[in-house]
Design a protein around this ligand. Structure first.
Ligand code: HEC
Length: 235
């Protein structure tokens, strides 16, 4: 479950049932809390419910017999209508039309946002990671990660360009080793374990091998456990 971001509860007295949206996984997960404190995840008929792309929020429709929920999806630009009884989406209601011209700037920005936000498919192994997981809303999780180059606190992406001059861009990373956002694609494979955007004639780009000393990359091959060192103590 990647980037859980909203929860709504079913109106019942005997047990507390919540439905959680996961923005990076395109799913809704059922979570049941018993009075004794036990937590059960998933329903007997379905472990999770597929929503649209990048679900952001969920609202439960309380109704006897056939309670349901509406889920707002940022990238697919629609609303999923879920049935709790069936544990699946019954349909989608279109909100805004999706861009259709691959050559347009709007389409490219939309695709880029999809890549940034999702951990599905080629973008991570088993939904483990996504850009937004560390850069929520393009900002920073304030976590100091233990990367191969050393402890590194996530940098907010809102300082990449001068606010009064889009041609004035900073050198990227704490050590100023990158000069464009595309350089961070390696993160898809190195940190999140996905196969990533790069392809050649023989198929998938291989996962990076152990880092050479001369490599400018600061990305580790696998992400270590999260260390939540407070910023003030990370030097
Ligand atoms: C595991 C957490 C994590 C993930 C996932 C992650 N980042 Fe980052 N990001 C960081 C950290 C930590 C830094 C600072 C690294 C350094 O200075 O060596 C950073 C720095 C950056 C910067 C430099 C910003 C600046 O102004 O210097 C960019 C751009 C960036 N990330 C984009 C991305 C993109 C695009 C993705 C997805 C492909 C991504 N990040 C995924 C943690 C993450």
């Amino acid at each position: 479950m990647n980037v859980p971001n909203a929860i709504a509860f079913v109106n019942r007295d005997d047990v507390a049932i919540g439905y959680v949206t996961a923005a990076g996984s395109d799913i809704v997960l059922r979570v049941e809390y018993s009075e004794a404190g036990a937590v059960t995840v998933g329903a007997a008929s379905a472990f999770n419910i597929a929503a649209g792309q990048n679900p952001q929020g969920i609202v439960v429709r309380h109704r006897t017999g056939n309670a349901a929920a509406y889920v707002a999806n940022l990238i697919s630009r629609d609303l999923s209508v879920l049935s709790f009884r069936d544990q699946r989406a019954l349909g989608q209601v279109v909100s805004t039309a999706q861009p259709t011209n691959p050559a347009s700037a709007e389409f490219k920005a939309w695709k880029g946002k999809r890549f940034f936000n999702t951990g599905t498919g080629i973008w991570s192994k088993e939904g483990w990671g996504s850009c937004q997981a560390c850069h929520p809303m393009g900002l920073t999780d304030n976590v100091t990660w233990s990367f191969a180059a050393g402890p590194r606190q996530t940098i907010s992406l809102d300082g990449q360009f001068a606010s009064d001059d889009p041609s004035d861009m900073r050198a990227l990373n704490w050590t100023a080793i990158f000069d464009e956002t595309a350089d961070f694609e390696l993160n898809t494979r190195g940190v999140s374990g996905g196969s990533g955007a790069l392809r050649d004639d023989v198929g998938r780009w291989p996962a990076p091998r152990a880092r050479r000393r001369s490599s400018p990359s600061s990305w580790p091959r696998t992400a270590p456990p999260v260390r939540t060192t407070r910023p003030s103590t990370a030097r």
